[in-house]
Design a protein around this ligand. Structure first.
Ligand code: PMP
Length: 399
């Protein structure tokens, strides 16, 4: 029965890392996956994470199962980070929060919820978006469509197209939005545009679903980066949110995140949580303990919380610095082209506008590994490599 199984192509993002590892070129550079690297291009474990781990180790807690909905201290910390601890929705107990397997697992539980309770509705995702969104909704049997987002002419937001498509979607559709630092473009709506999107969702009875994978990474501030989902909740919308601690706490492999739904009443929140638990039970039963303890220790301790914010601002700051250096290098090597997009985009990525053939040139000739859509992860760049990357980009754009 297994003879008929066809070979699946490598994942378009994680496959880049596999190709990078296999390369023997001394100059090779991995700008594929969105994982933070130090100036030495090494993986980074936050000092505050090490500190929390020490505390956890010394507390000698047991290895019992967590409840299906996860660790209470973690769920509280996560909702506090998202809405701000004194938000009325928290006081009114109308927030359902399920600890899940990082952003991806949370999205998948959310997709399971849509397939069961919002049957027949379509999820609208931005064009382009993080490639896994299509898999996650598709594998749950949820229909998805694109809305326009990126304008190649301006290397900016196609706000008009976005609003037209969200407007044309049937009433009550699910609109997937990136909470901040849109992946792959690095282009977010401005506050006025967010407000208009929220008003349109109200008018159309759409359900906004925020994918929050970079809170703290766009501006370096947790509060500023949660402004969009908070605005939608404050306007009275019921909102679905997936949250991830992969990037902001550097807990990639620990799979720490949550599926959160802010709904109309305490009663609805209780019923919604009961169903999220039912979905998780069949999918993986209980979430992992270790990473959730780390996150909870940090967020619920004033000193460690402060240290985290400082380290996060440091990571965001390093990325912004190399952004500036890359723009300057590109401007000096190829003054005829407008490179302002490099610094107007935010978060981990820059969407360069390189075509698939130009990306091939980047990889084959220059050994710079990146996704086919022209996205580069600036978290994988340092000052020493800026000139080399700029040479490769200029060569690729000119050919
Ligand atoms: N959403 C977006 C937009 C992402 O970029 C990512 C990570 N690349 C995720 C979700 C999920 O990541 P994780 O499962 O590691 O939390």
């Amino acid at each position: 029965p297994f003879e008929q199984v066809e070979l699946q192509a490598p994942d378009p993002i994680l496959g880049v890392s596999e190709a990078f590892k296999a390369s023997k070129e001394p100059n090779k550079l991995n700008l594929g996956v969105g994982a933070y690297r130090t100036e030495e291009l090494k993986p980074y474990v936050l000092d505050v994470v090490r500190k929390a781990e020490k505390k956890i180790f010394e507390a000698k807690e047991n290895k019992e199962y967590l409840p299906i909905e996860g660790l209470d201290a973690f769920r509280k910390a996560t909702v506090d980070l998202l809405l701000g601890p004194s938000h009325p929705a928290i006081k009114e107990a109308r927030v359902a929060a399920l600890q899940s397997l990082s952003g991806t697992g949370s999205l998948r539980v959310g997709a399971g919820f849509i397939s069961r309770f919002l049957k027949g509705r379509t999820v609208y995702i931005s064009n382009p978006t993080w490639g896994n969104h299509r898999n996650i909704f598709g594998d749950e049997g949820v229909k998805w469509e694109y809305y326009r987002y990126y304008d190649p002419e301006t290397v900016g937001l196609d706000f008009k197209g976005m609003m037209e498509d969200i407007s044309a979607a049937p009433d009550g559709s699910i609109i997937l939005l990136h909470g901040c630092a849109h992946n792959p473009t690095g282009i977010d709506p401005n506050p006025e545009q967010w407000s208009q999107i929220a008003d349109l969702c109200i008018k159309k009875k759409h359900i906004p679903f925020f994918d929050v994978a970079y809170q703290g990474f766009a501006t370096g501030s947790l509060d500023a980066d949660a402004a969009a989902p908070r605005l939608f909740v404050d306007k009275g919308l019921e909102v679905m949110v997936s949250q991830s601690y992969s990037k902001n706490l550097g807990l990639y492999g620990e799979r720490v995140g949550a599926m959160v739904m802010i709904v109309g009443s305490k009663d609805v929140a209780e019923r919604v949580l009961s169903q999220l638990k039912r979905i998780a039970r069949a999918m993986y039963s209980n979430p992992p303990t270790y990473g959730a303890r780390i996150a909870a220790e940090i967020v619920n301790d004033a000193d460690m919380f402060g240290e985290w914010k400082t380290e996060m601002a440091g990571m965001a700051g390093r990325i912004n610095r190399v952004r500036g250096e890359l723009r300057a290098a590109l401007e000096s090597k190829y003054p005829g082209k407008d490179w302002s997009f490099v610094t107007s985009q935010i978060g981990m990525f820059s969407f360069t506008g390189l075509s698939p053939a130009q990306v091939d040139n980047m990889t084959k000739k220059w050994h710079i590994y990146m996704t086919k859509d022209g996205r580069i992860s600036l978290a994988g760049l340092n000052s020493a490599k800026v000139g080399y990357l700029a040479d490769a980009m200029v060569d690729s754009f000119k050919n």
